[in-house]
Ligand binder design. Sequence first.
Ligand code: SF4
Length: 350
Amino acid sequence: MRKFQHWLEPKTPAELEQMAQEARRLTQAHFGKTVRLYAPLYLSNECVNVCQYCGFSREHTIRRLTLTSEQVETEARHLVKEGFRSILLVAGEHPKWISENYLAECLARIRPLAPSLALEVGPMDTDGYRMMVKAGAEALTIYQETYNTKRYAELHPAGPKKDFDWRLECPERAAEAGMRRIGVGALFGLSDWREEALALAAHTEYLLKTCWRTFLTVSLPRIRPAAGDFTPPHPISNREMVHLICALRLAFPQIGIVLSTRESAQFRDALLPLGITHMSAGSNTEPGGYTGINSGEQTTGGAPEKNQPETGEQFHIADERPAAAFAEQLKKLGYDPVWKDWDQGLNAMP
Ligand code: SF4
């Protein structure tokens, strides 16, 4: 950790360039010139939490809906047609609409279509995660949002997400339940980026030791505009993002680093060689948004208020390139887009 702290300290342009070159070398040595592609599939925008930065907060009057498992299959078929074999199922936290049984039903339904299914949903206990693995989940993504406990309490004033420790311990429970891949991360912009990075790195180091059978990925999302017009109190600049990614790669050559479509096309292309291994593409953050099946059963919410979005998206994406165009761009940059790097059949191998 002391080395990571040293790499995080302010650097001259020449020092940062040196870090970038080493980060590039380490990434290619461990992962080659490849990028694993995935797509998020939003199941529901129902949520009982009130995260101050999120468009799905229960305080916002947006159009609320939860897809049926048939509609989830339609969305998944659309993504498979586009080439995706790795799908991240995303939902808010709502015990009634997004129950463990509902999630298991969705997983089982699309398991034959895509070999790599991940979940980004509310925390569960170990038995809940076991149920998800059994139904076909290969991976779990769970961001702590901020590791600053005071900021965390301010930003999550109500709902089950108030419980910082229960969330923090999710990766270990998921690993115990048999998840093959676990993604952690922080939402940059909520508190000082260096302090956040240090805490995220300490968590990563701890998980590498305690969950050594699990492949670990780290995400560094920055806050994007969403319903509620939250203004990030500690915005992180592009240069600081570059610095952060290089420092992470130098400290943890073996982990995956994920970059979503929250970042612009130009910036994503520029960050790619510094250590990125997993990228989403052609994303839509609204339930049913890929195929337009978003007239599913409306549950609560009603008509959007003035200045609220008509749609029920979580946040606005920045890189709007379709998946195929993004894959072509990767090739132009000398990288192999990897659509499939896991098959459930591998679980059965001795
Ligand atoms: S960040 Fe997640 S838990 Fe919080 S309001 Fe949004 S969907 Fe709900």
